[in-house]
Design a protein around this ligand. Structure first.
Ligand SMILES: CC(C)(COP(=O)(O)OP(=O)(O)OC[C@H]1O[C@@H](n2cnc3c(N)ncnc32)[C@H](O)[C@@H]1OP(=O)(O)O)[C@@H](O)C(=O)NCCC(=O)NCCS
Length: 185
């Protein structure tokens, strides 16, 4: 499995995953349909948003449907001949701090039919040097308390548990765990 920069050559396979009900956004059911509509309307614009280091794209919709300004971000796709998952990084220029509505720097999701092959673990390992390249000394990642697979992915990459916290109201105020991986050179 390699991480690829989303391109027209990868788009049909990505659309197939969306049609099967997978979404990179694990917090909003309707996200897959929204992405399918966006790709149908303007595939080039959709692909451009996958690498949006100037935060030029539209605002981000939170689980309660409120919107917040977009941060600089990019997404890469896991690819083993077909699309198998997505991993993304977002950050604030100038340092590792994040606004309270952004629970972590990195997020990932593997399509259900490609899980338990080590893909997320490998994707996060490949992302860490890229986080260092944008100037981050560490990345924070938030998981649900019961998301053991994601926690194992983080721990396998040297992550340390830093706190249990209550998610903001926009995320349902449920408890979460925050981990940190040091990526600085
Ligand atoms: C979390 C997720 C990305 C993991 O992807 P993956 O490619 O299957 O991950 P990996 O194969 O690299 O590693 C999964 C680990 O979880 C373990 N695992 C899987 N299912 C498990 C379960 N039900 N209970 C405990 N451990 C489990 C695997 O054994 C493996 O650990 P190991 O390497 O120590 O054996 C995937 O389950 C997913 O997309 N979930 C939905 C989205 C999500 O939760 N994203 C993360 C948000 S924080």
């Amino acid at each position: 499995m390699e991480l690829v920069r989303p391109s027209p050559a990868h788009l049909d396979s990505y659309v197939e995953a969306l049609r099967r009900g997978w979404s990179a956004d694990t917090t909003r059911q309707q996200a897959a349909d929204e992405e399918l509509s966006a790709i149908e309307a303007n595939p080039e614009a959709f692909l451009a948003i996958m690498d949006d280091r100037d935060a030029a794209g539209p605002p981000i919709t939170l689980p309660d449907n409120s919107t917040v300004p977009r941060l600089p971000s990019f997404r890469l796709w896991m690819w083993d001949g077909v699309f198998c998952g997505s991993i993304g990084l977002r950050w604030q220029p100038g340092g590792p701090d994040l606004p309270p509505h952004c629970l972590g720097h990195a997020g990932y999701s593997v399509v259900p039919w490609k899980r338990n092959r080590g893909y997320a673990t490998s994707a996060l390992a490949q992302l860490c040097p890229l986080a260092s390249e944008v100037g981050l000394p560490w990345i924070d990642l938030a998981t649900d308390v019961d998301n053991v697979p994601s926690q194992r992915v983080i721990l396998a990459n040297g992550g340390e548990l830093i706190e249990q916290f209550d998610k903001p109201a926009a995320y349902g105020s449920q408890p979460g765990l925050r981990f940190r991986i040091y990526v600085g050179r």
